[in-house]
Design a binder for this molecule. Sequence first.
Ligand code: DX5
Ligand code: ZN
Length: 231
Amino acid sequence: MTLDRSIRIAPSILSADFADFGREIRAIEAQGADWVHVDVMDGHFVPNLTFGPPAVKAFRKHVRTVMDVHLMIAPVDPYIDAYAEAGADILTAHLEAGPHIHRTLQAIRGAGMKAGVALNPGTPAESVAHLLELADLVCVMTVNPGFGGQKFLDMTGKVRALRRMIGDRPIHIEIDGGVDPVTAPLVAAAGADVLVAGSAVFRGGSVDNPAPYGDNIRAIRTAAEGARAAA
Ligand code: DX5
Ligand code: ZN
């Protein structure tokens, strides 16, 4: 079966109210989120620290769509089973997180999850050439990972190269960092289908006033779909 490449918006709860994750997750899903993106940071692979498996397991109870867990940690392998147990649907590891990404992707699938591989801005598309049979998603970072709200780095050339390499394989191309209604069209036209957005989804809203989340999600989706249609 061919992969459904329609545009998916994956709000990052890194921009949510950290005291109210359950309601925030329910609010973004009610407002049209396709996936829920969970950023796990270890203060070592990236200079910021977020949450571990017990927190992710608690989020799971509120996620009705797809829980997309982005690991910015090193090492990865000792924690794969914990994130499977926490209920991740997709587990993405960074290619730069260790010498054995091939083994890591095998282990993620072996634990029953879909496997993603993320590329830092400095890592070329070609680095996944020998991993495509093991990956369900390639995440192209359009910021240096670690923080929300950073300026978008133009990686459209890398996205185009990946789209060509992937061909008919059932692999999503996800973009993470600085996605908003201005930058989404660039990556959508280049071949991306999953758009992570933190600050551009949560700005202007709250759990008590969630309508702006919906407006923000629709604005990103409309801009991306328009560019896709014109490409
Ligand atoms: C950055 C994270 C992103 C982040 C995106 O390291 O991986 O998912 O939350 O935030 P924005 O959309 O604000 O750039
Ligand atoms: Zn992320």
